[in-house]
Design a binder for this molecule. Structure first.
Ligand SMILES: [Zn+2]
Ligand SMILES: [Zn+2]
Length: 260
């Protein structure tokens, strides 16, 4: 049985389809659990808040919509309402509030700050930026608020070469996740983007999921969870991709978690 806890909605401005279309796609592809985890809104209304996420005022509609779909599809599918959030220590009270409203949170550390000048983790092959990314992920996971770490290897995306310094950053992150018993996500959105890179202007670096990262995750006895990271209902209509991903992780002897 398939499960997926990483599903977006059109509210984030870079995903498409009605909420109900994601449900229909999941049911027709044989999913037993579909968790929505759209990009979390923030209660301030500046550039950071509105760029790639729902507006704060849309949060009640998001939760109501997912709860309504949960109730009307109970016999076919378990539907959960979560959020994908960055971790910023000065906004911990907002994150706690988000946790109280939802079934679960996942950590997706896409940006380094909430300032207009913030940097996207996947854009810059810069070691100080990567150092900060690891620290923010480890601190975020340590709060106990997050059920798993989304696309942990996203920071490798812009690098062209997997250096010993990058390897040690990966190992540090993997060790922390294992010590906290938090699964690492094998992200299928990143995998799909890799296959399209020449035509979409996608960065030509290591990309994610990155084999070198997952070899280290295996050495460190990490657990993994497969996340579709659906930004369109069609992403859920390809049940072969999670199957291939699970075969890949099995071959690395990584224990797969399909339930949070
Ligand atoms: Zn997204
Ligand atoms: Zn993400």
């Amino acid at each position: 049985m398939l499960s997926n806890y990483h599903t977006h909605t059109s509210r984030c401005c870079h995903a498409s389809g009605a909420d109900s279309d994601y449900i229909a796609a999941a049911i027709s592809s044989g999913y037993s659990v579909l968790g929505f985890s759209d990009h979390c809104p923030w209660p301030f209304t500046d550039w950071f808040s509105i760029r790639v996420r729902m507006h704060w005022s849309e949060l009640p509609d998001y939760i109501n919509s997912i709860h309504t779909l949960r109730d009307s599809n109970r016999t076919a599918l378990t539907v959960l309402c979560g959020l994908e959030c960055e971790y910023f220590p000065n906004h911990i009270s907002t994150l706690r509030y988000m946790s109280s409203l939802t079934d679960y949170l996942i950590l997706g550390q896409h940006y380094d700050t909430t300032a207009p000048s913030c940097a996207f983790v996947g854009d810059t092959a810069d070691l100080s930026m990567s150092r900060k990314y690891i620290d923010q992920c480890v601190s975020g996971l340590s709060t106990g608020l997050f059920s798993y770490l989304a696309h942990p290897d996203m920071f490798l995306l812009p690098y062209n070469e997997f250096t010993p310094t990058l390897a040690s950053l990966c190992r540090e992150l993997c060790r922390a996740a294992r010590e906290l018993s938090i699964p690492l996500e094998f992200n299928l959105y990143g995998l799909r983007k890799q296959t399209k890179s020449p035509w979409l202007g996608y960065p030509s670096g290591l990309g994610y999921p990155c084999h070198a990262f997952w070899r280290i995750a295996a050495e460190e006895n990490c657990t993994a969870i497969i996340g579709v990271d659906a930004h369109s209902p069609d992403a859920l209509r390809d049940p072969e991709l999670p199957l291939l991903a699970s075969m890949y992780l099995n071959a690395l002897n990584i224990t797969l978690v399909d339930h949070i």
